[in-house]
Design a protein around this ligand. Structure first.
Ligand code: GDP
Ligand code: IMO
Ligand code: MG
Length: 429
């Protein structure tokens, strides 16, 4: 009964899309459990680069049923555009299932996301402005509209009539923005509904039935551990639960359905948007990582902030996700560096912190304590076994593994599927 959760172990963009695609052969279902189109997962499939925002990365495989779980927030316009793009590329989307309980991103959510960021000014979170936060806010305050409401125009309009006046007040009176009429939104959304209806399902039942029948389900996380609403660097986080527990609440399976939890981490670390980042590099090494790693956001195109690998963060990710395995991606990007630093602890006010400090402002001002390891010059993008890697690269991986205290089972040495070392990952027999 393998239910396997895949999560980001840093601040997102760790290469979750690539690893999901890599493992997809073994799975019958690939399920997104949180987030929305703030995600940007890159998959290189049959020579083509696909950027998926909302649709699970398994969509290319005819044997896989892709599922968008109840924990996600769905912008129906974006969903249909993404489906159309895939269809135009010859990738069928007819198997896609969308949870009836997932919440809808409404036009006013997008407006409010942008407006609240503008109002915060220098204090902005740096959101993707896709309406994610405001949609989850309405879910928590029980003012949200759900995918199932698209099935009944009468109910959709009733719920919208209840929610919209307050939103219009905020748009107009707080932010001086244009308002909406019920008719305007209902017309737009009920047109989307016609196309989305065939995909709506009670996906918790579908997934549980599949697991009981011995089928393999991959729960594909978006964002990353430090962007988790509860466990991340609050308030510089997203509004959902990208950690492994989110796979249960975000799909409706029990914790016993999860057999393995795979965390994805880059061989260095990046973050998009604001917030503390102890190992951030503001020098030419940072620029090199940005350039060689192609560190520009998949969703917003923003330049990602780059820094040395932070072992405190990954150890924390091991803990809060119960990681059983790690995949280290983008090891190839480090080729050519004379030495490579790894943050093993922080220092603040004369005190050493081996774990994440409880107080956010200590994390803000923490100075990383580094260990420096020898680099390697060889191009490693053609290596397919651990033994083929130069000794310094093997030592680097072993060092990270000792610090994380979980096996590094997969190592990625390039963006394509083949550029991967399967070290300790035995698939479906
Ligand atoms: P995700 O959001 O976690 O799926 O990651 P993104 O797709 O946003 O960003 C990861 C980027 O790194 C993408 O452009 C991938 O094609 C690329 N990538 C993934 N693994 C590797 C790797 O091992 N080496 C290199 N050079 N690029 C990689
Ligand atoms: P994937 O799945 C990296 C960041 C935003 C911002 C914060 C809140 O591709 O790894 P939001 O729009 O979610 O309210 O923004 O979270 N963020 C991501 N950073 N990768 C992502 O997704 C992200 N999704 C959101 O930049 O700092
Ligand atoms: Mg991404």
């Amino acid at each position: 009964m393998p239910g396997i959760v895949l999560v980001g172990a840093q601040w997102g963009d760790e290469g979750k899309g690539k690893i999901t695609d890599l493992l997809a052969d073994d799975f019958d279902y690939v399920v997104r459990f949180q987030g929305g189109n703030n995600a940007g997962h890159t998959v290189i499939h049959a020579g083509r680069t696909l950027k998926l925002h909302l649709i699970p990365s398994g969509i290319m495989y005819p044997h896989i049923t892709p599922v968008i779980g109840n924990g996600c927030v769905i912008d129906p316009k974006v969903l249909l555009e993404e489906m159309d793009r895939l269809e135009a590329d010859g990738i069928s989307t007819h198997r896609l299932l969308v949870s009836c309980n997932a919440h809808l991103i409404m036009p006013y959510h997008r407006d409010l996301d942008g407006a609240s960021e503008r109002r915060l000014g220098k204090l902005e979170i740096g959101t993707t402005r896709r309406g994610i936060g405001p949609a989850y806010q309405d879910k928590a305050s029980r003012m949200g509209l759900r995918v199932q409401d698209l099935q009944d125009p009468h109910i959709f309009v009733k719920k919208l009539e209840a929610a919209l006046p307050e939103k219009n007040d905020i748009l107009e009176k707080v932010y001086g923005l244009p308002t909406y009429t019920v008719e305007q939104i209902a017309e737009e959304y009920l047109a989307y509904a016609k196309r989305i209806k065939p995909h709506i399902a009670e996906t918790s039942t579908v997934i549980n039935r599949a697991l009981r029948a011995g089928q393999w389900v991959l729960f594909e996380g978006a964002q990353g551990t430090l962007l988790d609403l509860d466990h991340g660097t609050y308030p510089f986080v997203t509004s959902s639960s990208p950690t492994a527990g989110g796979a249960c609440t975000g799909t409706g399976v029990g914790p016993k359905a999860i057999d393995r939890v795979l965390g994805i981490a880059k061989a260095y670390i990046t973050r998009v948007g604001s917030g503390p980042f102890p190992t951030e590099l503001h020098d030419e090494t940072g620029e090199l990582l940005t350039r060689v790693g192609g560190e520009y956001g998949t969703t917003t195109g923003r330049q990602r902030r780059c820094g040395w690998y932070d072992a405190v963060i990954v150890r924390y990710a091991v803990q809060v996700n119960g990681l059983t395995d790690l995949a280290i991606t983008k090891l190839d990007v480090l080729s050519g560096l004379k030495t490579i630093k790894v943050c093993v602890a922080y220092e603040h006010d004369g005190r050493r912190y081996n774990d994440l400090p409880c107080h956010q402002s200590i994390f803000h001002h923490a100075r990383p304590i580094y260990e420096e390891l020898p680099g390697w010059d060889e191009d490693i993008s053609g290596c397919r076994t651990f033994e083929e890697l130069p000794k310094a690269a093997r030592d680097y991986i072993t060092f990270l593994e000792d610090l994380a205290e979980v096996p590094i089972s997969i190592i990625a040495v390039g963006p394509s599927r083949e550029q991967t070392i399967m070290r300790r990952w035995e698939g479906r027999m």
